[in-house]
Design a protein around this ligand. Structure first.
Ligand code: DP6
Length: 373
């Protein structure tokens, strides 16, 4: 597929208005995306677990505009955004940019007024990135409109709208909203970015991990410890840009390729010790990139380190397979297999939750992607 394949031919149907709702999950990267080229193409491949409980629910209502009253040749996009029922002017510029980036692929965007109503199952201020779930949910709603506009009679167009095409284009669009969002359409393991190790992988959209995965990784658990619920210290846009002219960038991109290759054999063999070593190293490397960029940042908090040390000690003492990964922030994702969940969750509650802001944490696990409601 090339990006030209996502430019639609003329639509068949006219639709005056409608309402569509999708829920879409967040995801947590095991091999991290950090650094991008033009047009939201990642510098290196990444792979993530799709989550199950942390999701965004978006309802998109649309009404055909009477463009004869709009004087300009090219009318502006017309939309409003609500979070939990409250109008959010602050979200508009991100969506404006998103619409500008995807207009070529969804030429109906200026024909309608959109009301975007969104809510998250996790607190908005939790520091959990809502851009992945939010942008993927919106992309899916827009794809549902495109599907309605396109599918009418011709067999060619129907086959064009196979589930595969729908998901691929939704992922392609979501990527243009936020890179990691392209990994939230499906589950349970998604690869994004071209890699020799993964057949069919692409920088344009996420693909389902196509190889065998050991039982050990089924129903893998992710307990998210919320350490710092404040505004992100470094936006992801700023963060990715720090990889331009970064002294270690090329080695890091190379390492991500190698880690994905290694993860492939780990996922097949079910070797949890090697899995933990790989994901923890990825998490710390991501933070190391931020510490060694110019300007430099430390995104971990003292409690992040307390938790990491506690996890390491507990692992050493018990031999259980508890590990962690981090986003570009202070929160800790504690990852562990289902069969050890009872003891590990007890440890988390007794020993780690005390380091969370207001004792807040979220129990999640691997999930299978977005759903239309
Ligand atoms: C550290 O997807 O938020 O979570 O493309 O600029 O929206 P933009 O960035 P974003 O970056 C996520 C970075 C990360 C690692 C990852 O999810 O792979």
């Amino acid at each position: 597929m090339t990006k030209q394949d996502f430019i639609p031919k003329a639509y068949h149907t006219k639709i005056e208005n409608g309402t569509i709702t999708w829920e879409s999950p967040s995801n947590i990267a095991l091999v991290k995306y950090w650094g991008k080229k033009k047009n939201q193409i990642p510098e290196n491949p990444s792979i993530s677990f799709t989550l199950d409980n942390c999701k965004t629910i978006t309802t998109l209502s649309f009404v055909k505009r009477d463009l004869s009253t709009v004087l300009k040749v090219t009318p502006d996009f017309s939309f409003e955004v609500f979070l939990d029922g409250e109008k959010k002017e602050g979200f508009k510029s991100k969506i404006q940019t998103f619409f500008e980036r995807i207009e070529l692929y969804l030429p109906f965007l200026r024909d309608y007024h959109f009301k975007i109503e969104t809510s998250n199952t996790f607190p908005h201020s939790s520091g959990i990135a809502s851009s992945a779930s939010g942008m993927s949910a919106l992309a899916l709603c827009l794809m549902s409109i495109e599907k309605e506009l396109s599918v009418i009679s011709s067999a060619i167009d129907k086959s064009h709208f196979s589930d595969d095409y729908f998901n691929q284009k939704a992922s392609f669009l979501a990527r243009l909203g936020s890179g990691s969002a392209c990994r939230s359409i499906e589950g349970d393991l998604i690869v994004w970015g071209e890699s020799k190790s993964v057949e069919g992988s692409s920088g344009l959209f996420g693909v389902k991990y196509p190889y065998q995965v050991h039982e050990n990784f089924k129903e893998y658990q992710d307990t998210i410890l919320l350490i710092d619920k404040g505004e992100k210290q470094v936006s992801s846009t700023v963060g990715h840009n720090l990889m331009h002219n970064h002294p270690f960038a090329q080695n890091r991109f190379q390492q991500a390729h190698e880690n994905l290759e290694e993860l492939k054999s780990i996922l097949e063999s079910g070797n949890l010790d090697k899995f933990i070593a790989l994901i923890e190293s990825e998490a710390l490397t991501l933070h190391a990139m931020m510490m060694t960029s110019m300007p430099y940042f430390i995104l971990m908090k003292p409690n992040t380190l307390e938790i990491i040390n506690k996890i390491w000690n507990f692992r050493k003492d018990t031999g259980l397979h508890i590990g962690f990964t981090l986003d570009a922030g202070a929160n800790v994702h504690v990852l562990y297999p289902k069969k050890e969940a009872e003891v590990i969750l007890e440890f988390i509650k007794n020993e780690l939750v005390a380091y969370c802001q207001n004792g807040h944490y979220i129990c999640d696990r691997i999930g299978f992607g977005a759903k239309q409601l």
